[in-house]
Write a protein that binds this ligand. Sequence first.
Ligand code: ASP
Length: 590
Amino acid sequence: MSTQSEPNRPTALRTHLCGVLTSDDIGATVRLCGWVARRREHGEHLAFVDLRDHSGIVQCVIDGTVEARSEWVVAVHGTVRARPEGTVNPGLATGRIEIGDCTVEVLNEADPPPFPVDDRAEADEPVRLRHRYVDLRRPHMQRNLRLRSKVNAALRAAMARQGFVEIETPLLWAPTPEGSREFSVPSRLHHGNFYALPQSPQLAKQLLMVGGFDRYYQIARCLRDEDLRADRQFEFMQLDLECSFASQDDVMGFVSEAVLDAAEAATGERPPPIERITWADALDRFGTDKPDLRFGMELVDLTEVFAQTGVKAFSSPTTKAIVVPGGAAFPRSRLDELTDQAKRAGAAGLAWFKVVESGGAGPGPALDGPLARHLSAEETVRLLERTGAVAGDLVLVVSDRHATACTVLGTLRTAIGGPPVSEGPHRYVWVVDFPMFEEGADGRPQPAHHPFTMPYAEDLARLATDPLSVRSQAYDLVLNGWELGSGSVRIHRKEVQEQVFAALGIEQAEAERRFGFLLGAFRYGAPPHAGFAVGLDRLAAILAGEENIREVIAYPKTQSGADLLTGAPAPLPAASLAELGIRVVVPPAR
Ligand code: ASP
């Protein structure tokens, strides 16, 4: 097996790549292949072709005319030579040389491209997606998908090095209750029955643990029929892994190593070791379980300051604040917008105080704002002390239930201070000690992660009596405010799994029908196990400096789930429907 890396190995039609030629190659006879980026003719005796392949552009000089237009595919035969004095192009990597005495062979003609194939021209996304094959030729798409390939290669290498075995699991599978809507695939052989496309290989990998593959990984395709967003597609890729006889710390160690390797492969720099925060601290300090550590503006607790207050607006169980540096200059319209945003996020209201110089009325700064004069002198002083706000700052205060006060201020903190996702340093953080359940809209517990997560042993007794207080051995990895992935120690004993199903209101008969295969497997020697999955589209997007994951996916769908390139989804011919035993009920026109 050769271990030498040969990215530029010649192939039948070419000897070199365009973009890597330098002065060292002067005198070499080369045959290059690519697309015509630009053609210029100077009369009948001199023509230039800028030839592009994925590695870059090189200038080819033809002593005559040339029969090739933009984006035609050509092979150029010629000799590398130094550019004449005064024509060196410092803006081009190959700008010191050119290919002289060229003959150009047209390999294929092309229609004019629907948009210019360079990064300077901004084409509309629908046009780009419809002609994705042309869009992919643009340098930034080439860079992004190649960066992504490096990320995958580094992850695979790290997992193999750590003793993980790559195993593929089926795409046609049974429904997995991880909380997302699944895609269903009709069975031709069993009319009226459906496969589910897996929202993750969760149960398959847990069964691999029972099967004795104690370190499994896969770069897995996951499918969820949920609304699309900038950071979410119907299908996405995860580095999925699971290991037996391992703790939460072990899993976090394996994942950290793989992710840091991938980051280093993509950016050339190894991020520092990943820090850790508990879920409760993340909520308290950043108002979210996806804390963005690139900037400050942490939440400050003022509950105690207002413990005896006469101001009704501040008498809720929790009162918290954030300080916006320089925010005293915000116009009223901006403050109204922030108030609306706070209400949309669930608060009853938002109090704001501008910090101003006291103007001789007393020592230190004073507060200005609709509620300022209702605060006692002591409350004002302590608010300023606690928040550390100085003249020119804005203090935003929310008083509410603890979770609401935190999340509302967390939303405002990100909206006001959050840099674009891709900007600045990459701040990875582990969030640990999640609650086992969240309160659903119907007041019933819902799994905060998924129902296969192991509660803390000391909390098990409260599963039936006070489920919302039960903590789980679940952990998330967050990067710059984006959830990169999540995982947990799993339940491996049948009776604990049944207790959790019971807390979720899943009857035994139903549990048996839906996950009988899992509960059955637990009877045959299930080892303790734990795992994780890292979202690769998000990781690649951030490492590539892109706000939208569509920029790191070859063929993404639009926000409405359409594939503009192929026209999917599309109706099926009647014969195909009949074969599947499906009758379509056309919804009434809206
Ligand atoms: N299956 C989970 C997910 O897709 C990850 C895990 O728990 O391993 O989010």
